[in-house]
Design a binder for this molecule. Structure first.
Ligand code: SF4
Length: 686
């Protein structure tokens, strides 16, 4: 017997069948992947029976993590919460979630923090994923749905511009849609400092200096206006703020943009001409453009470009964000973000508080206000006035947070750390209590993919004895802390989520498990049972008070940390085909570990020669925050002024910058200054 469900990893949420023994086969009936899977998906079943799987709670005793029963573990957790909150108040305990949690878990986690703990200190690792795109979409359109149209629309595009995404490695089946567009004569433009597998498929690769995407977008808009390609009719009918835009980009003539970005003026002109031609055109942004200390403004500049061309809300065209994490979209809609309540409501909105408090059966005045963003929360742990305890669900911040060495020290400074995970991740290894969690194919739930399509995740196998679901854990802890109304079953939690989201921007009230089972997936917003869902938002109006999209003038600025004599090279980080996020799961899957066994430092041949480094030599990379070592790979895919490291292993994020975007609070993962030298073996005196 096989069970139809979806992949545990990225936001494409490919459909797959799971058979006995965790054998995976692709599903043909899911439009996002249409019968294709990447290597990560094909091998996802291996983790179900991995010997590295946690199957019993662990508690630190005498410095070691030793197995204990559930009663002992839960009693210790609630005892620590009570003790710490008695001394430090509700905010003495913090919660950190993940963009891979199901909608039910993300919802329950947000409710647990606000109702059972009454803490404002909750955020999640999705802040590190697409928060800049979300912030830019909110200010332009009044709504953040990663792709405001089905991913299959891409196959009909005449031009796709992809800024800062390497989908050929991160979500290979996504490339099918781009390939179909190209087969029909469409063109692909890729903006990336590296000649990635995706850039190699492009008709035009704009290989910019890291951290200059914003200048490039402003330069393209300058050319679109200068060449007369702005869609005046659309601008007049559907937008506001255009008057200031032309002057805001007047200084970004091609030769100046070439000096800033390193992209030849002729290539900029060619890109603008392609974008300006009639037809279906789509502009996509991803982490390369977004994970910067000016990520919100960078995405805003691409949205301004899309609006000037008349794309958003036009069938077949548009702007969208290629969300990364499996439930990066749903995870940000239901309340595990510091400033949000379910349904994509703001926690500082009195009407939203009133509505959600009624569903939760509490007084709105008892709900805490907004808390700090993910990095600020992690950086405050164990410090003066900061939380003394942290509960982590589905995240590995000791590897995935920027400036990870500092964050590991903050985690060690806590009085109490509890981690719920499938395996002993680097963060779990620091914990006082570790809880063994059920994983994707062992539980029911829903995920919302990068298109805003809500999907059913189904239980295909029994979890190992001793393993519990996060919903069960949160309900047990809530009861012991004296809170009521926490359900254990995914169906019941989703029914409550539907009511909590009703009337919000991300309205799921018309979506139920039975309907998802019948229809395969439903696009939000879906405000009633008979509502068809909304595959394409913005067709008639944008979600702003006047229904018009807003142009927002923005200006380029340098990265928070530029290169200098001491740190003369840019570091940019990213992914490889066979690993996912912090690697906690994929590093433990044999075929993936064989395909991508270790991190590396990618250097251009000219730079490698200057540094006297050969392939396989160990390089030491140093930034102002730390040092990491890895074997050298030499490739002309990287610019001579830039080095690349994948972030799936501990190391790369010891180097990355914790400069934050002022709006989204996104850290600047994608660019910092480093120096590289050979890591000579330490000679030990005889
Ligand atoms: Fe599909 Fe992403 Fe899973 Fe690969 S990792 S199979 S692209 S959902």
């Amino acid at each position: 017997m096989t069970t139809p469900t979806h992949c545990p990893y990225c936001a494409l949420q490919c459909g797959m069948n799971v058979a006995a023994g965790g054998v995976i086969t692709p599903r043909e009936d899911v439009p996002a992947n249409g019968g294709a899977l990447c290597q990560k998906g094909w091998t996802a079943g291996e983790l179900l029976s991995s010997p590295e799987r946690l199957t019993t709670p662990l508690m630190r005793t005498g410095g070691e993590l030793v197995p204990v029963d559930w009663e002992t573990a839960l009693s210790r957790i609630t005892g620590e919460i009570r003790r710490i909150q008695a001394g430090h108040g509700p905010d003495g305990v913090a919660v950190f979630g993940g963009g891979g949690l199901t909608n039910e878990k993300a919802y329950q986690l947000g409710k647990f923090a606000r109702v059972a703990l009454r803490t404002s200190n909750i955020d999640y690792n999705g802040r590190f994923c697409m928060s800049s795109a979300a912030a830019a979409a909110q200010r332009a359109f009044g709504l953040d749905r990663g792709l405001p149209f089905p991913v299959t629309d891409l196959a009909r595009a005449d031009v796709v511009l992809l800024a800062g995404g390497n989908v050929a490695e991160t979500m290979p089946p996504f490339v099918r849609h781009l390939a179909e567009a190209r087969r029909r004569g469409g063109r692909l433009i890729v903006i990336d400092p590296r000649e990635t597998a995706t850039a190699r498929q492009a008709d035009l690769h704009l290989r910019l200096t890291p951290g200059t995407d914003l200048a490039l977008a402003l330069g393209l808009l300058h050319l679109v206006i200068a060449d007369g390609h702005a869609d005046e009719e659309y601008i007049a009918a559907r937008t506001t703020g255009w008057a200031e835009i032309a002057s805001s980009v007047s200084a970004y003539w091609p030769e100046r943009v070439e000096r800033v970005t390193g992209v030849p003026a002729a290539d900029l002109r060619r890109a603008a001409r392609l974008l300006g031609a009639p037809g279906n055109r789509v502009i996509l942004t991803a982490r390369g453009a977004e994970q910067q200390s000016k990520g919100t403004d960078t995405v805003t500049a691409f949205i301004n470009l899309a609006l000037a061309l008349g794309l958003p809300g036009t069938p077949g065209s548009g702007w969208g964000c290629v969300t990364g994490q499996g439930n990066g979209q749903g995870g940000r809609e239901h309340g595990q973000k510091a400033d949000q309540l379910p349904g994509y409501r703001r926690i500082d909105d009195p009407a939203a508080r009133e509505h959600v408090a009624r569903v939760w059966g509490v007084d709105p005045a008892d709900l805490p206000g907004p808390g700090p963003s993910a990095y600020e929360l992690l950086d405050s742990l164990g410090g003066e006035g900061g939380p003394r305890a942290l509960l982590v669900f589905g995240s590995n911040p000791a590897v995935s947070a920027p400036r990870a060495g500092r964050i590991a020290r903050r985690l060690r400074a806590l009085d109490f750390l509890c981690v719920s995970d499938l395996v002993l991740s680097e963060t779990a290894a620091l914990a006082d209590v570790v809880l063994p969690a059920a994983q994707w194919a062992e539980e029911d739930g829903t995920m919302t993919n990068l298109e805003g399509r809500v999907l059913r995740r189904r239980r295909a196998v029994e979890p190992p004895p001793g393993v519990r679901t996060d919903l069960w854990v949160l309900a047990e802890l809530a009861v012991r802390l004296g809170a009521r109304g926490f359900r254990r079953e995914p169906y019941d939690v989703f029914e409550e989520l539907r009511r909590a989201s009703a009337g919000g921007a991300a309205d799921y009230s018309g979506i139920g498990y039975e309907r998802l089972d019948r229809e395969g997936g439903v696009f939000w917003p879906c405000p009633a049972e008979g509502h068809p869902g909304t595959p394409r938002v913005f067709l008639d109006r944008f979600a702003t008070p006047d229904g018009r999209a807003r142009f927002v003038p923005v200006d380029h600025r340098a990265p928070a940390e530029d290169v200098d004599e001491e740190y003369p090279l840019y570091l940019t980080t990213g992914r490889v085909l066979a690993q996912y996020q912090s690697g906690a799961q994929t590093r433990r899957i044999r075929p993936l570990a064989e395909a991508a066994p270790e991190p590396f430092v990618e250097l251009h041949p000219d730079l490698a020669e200057r540094l006297a480094l050969a392939p396989g030599d160990r390089a030491r990379v140093t930034s102002r925050r730390g040092t990491a070592e890895a074997p050298v790979r030499i490739s002309t895919a990287i610019r001579p002024d830039t080095v690349f490291m994948p972030f799936h292993w501990p190391g790369a994020n010891l180097l990355t910058s914790d400069a934050l975007d002022p709006v989204s609070r996104m850290p600047e993962f994608k660019v910092c200054a480093v120096r590289v030298q050979a890591a000579r073996p330490v000679e030990v005196a005889p």
